[in-house]
Design a protein around this ligand. Structure first.
Ligand code: NAD
Ligand code: TYD
Length: 350
């Protein structure tokens, strides 16, 4: 069946995998990738599909309501998969307004445009909002985030994502806009911007630079390979009932320090270094302000209702990830020149 789908944020980390999956798996769909190419957006992530006839890239800002309204008029979308966001917690601590603009205002602009464009007939239309487990706040030693866990965001990033989630559900309730939401745990894999822990550590280890670990490294994250998130998004987009929320996670909790020790072993092996060489780079640095202690997802609902499970073990996913970054040196080199250096100096050397 022919469909025209708007994917926002498709030049970023997760969005690029979602765009690639949809363009390749659904040749009858027209996929429009809207991305403003901020520091986190990179069209190199899409080079394998950029010339496909069912793919179009549009550069634009979701904060610009006039532009968004015109885009909806030009294309008559059947669906929206909304990933565009400011996504890094540390940046939200220094510049929360950028997060309010893109994550809250940008989402509302898309909701308004979808409502206006679809108002005569919501049949077959769908607004899919991609969110994060961070909206639920932080866990202690026990327990898991469920779909009905009360929101308790603790960082400017998670507060902005929580706000956007509420607006999506409010549009569903008030205007009957057909929507679905998913809240996923930490993703890892190819194409991730090296401000996030794993690509930053891989790049530093490769260059024998210190690996900055916040606080004592005891904070826990639940890691999922990005292709498995993209597959869950495909399933939810096509199979979920309107109004549903699904949590997505890997049942894969690691303290940051154990995760980095595991990475160090893989990197010693791949780089033919003596075992223990990379671990010597671990450097404890000042903790992140308000650092959430633990995230862990109970993904049993999506497993039971939609039959989704992670396809990769963490060991295999990490090997694939490290291989990708080592094989794509030029991708990393282009990113870590210029503006990245200024960001890194400000974050870690001041
Ligand atoms: P990312 O930072 O790698 O990519 C974000 C993309 O959005 C970039 O391509 C950027 O250019 C684009 N963008 C930013 N502001 C924009 C604007 N105003 N207009 C248009 N485009 C804009 O982010 P990511 O890690 O790929 O995350 C994608 C989505 O998934 C986000 O909504 C995030 O909250 C959510 N999420 C991420 C994770 C994770 O582990 N990375 C986990 C769960 C949920
Ligand atoms: P990050 O990749 O920024 O994702 P999030 O904050 O969304 O979970 O960080 C993952 C974990 O790693 C988090 O507990 C913060 C920690 N961290 C470090 O210890 N050092 C770093 O340099 C970074 C970027 C993160």
């Amino acid at each position: 069946m022919n469909k025209t789908i708007l994917i926002t944020g498709g030049a970023g980390f997760i969005g690029s995998h979602v765009v690639q999956l949809f363009v390749e798996k659904y040749p009858d769909y027209q996929i429009i990738n809207l991305d403003n190419l901020t520091y986190a957006g990179n069209l190199e992530n899409l080079k394998e599909i950029e010339n496909k006839p069912n793919y179009t890239f549009v550069k634009g800002n979701i904060v610009d309501a006039d532009f968004i309204n015109k885009l909806f008029t030009d294309y008559s979308f059947d669906g929206v998969i909304h990933l565009a966001a400011e996504s890094h917690v540390d940046r939200s601590i220094t510049d929360p307004v950028a997060f309010i603009n893109t994550n809250v205002l940008g989402t509302i602009n898309l909701l308004m445009a979808a409502k206006e464009s679809w108002k005569d007939n919501f049949e077959g239309k769908r607004f899919y909002h991609i969110s994060t487990d961070e909206v639920y706040g932080a866990l202690g030693d026990t327990g898991f985030f469920l779909e009905n866990t009360a929101y308790d965001p603790q960082s400017p990033y998670s507060a902005s994502k929580a706000s956007s989630d509420h607006f999506v559900r409010a549009y569903g309730n008030t205007y009957k806009l057909p929507f679905v939401v998913s809240n996923c745990s930490n993703n890892y894999g190819p194409n991730q911007f090296p401000e996030k822990l794993l690509p930053l550590a891989i790049n530093n280890i490769k260059n024998s630079k210190p690996i900055p670990i916040y606080g004592k490294g005891e904070n826990i994250r639940d890691w999922l390979f990005v292709h498995d998130h993209a597959k869950a998004i495909d399933l939810i987009y096509h199979k979920a009932e309107n109004g549903k929320t699904y949590n997505i996670g890997g049942h894969n909790e690691w303290t940051n320090i154990d995760l980095i020790r595991m990475l160090c072993k893989i990197m010693d092996n791949k780089l033919d270094r003596e075992e223990g060489t990379s671990e010597k780079l671990i450097t404890y640095v000042t903790d992140r302000a308000g650092h959430d202690m633990r995230y862990a997802i109970d993904a049993s609902l999506i497993e039971k209702e939609l039959g989704w499970t992670p396809s990769l073990t963490f060991e295999v996913g990490m090997e694939k990830t490290v291989d990708w970054y080592l094989e794509n040196e030029a991708w990393m080199e282009r990113i870590v020149s210029g503006a990245y250096e200024a960001y890194y100096d400000k974050m870690y050397n001041s």
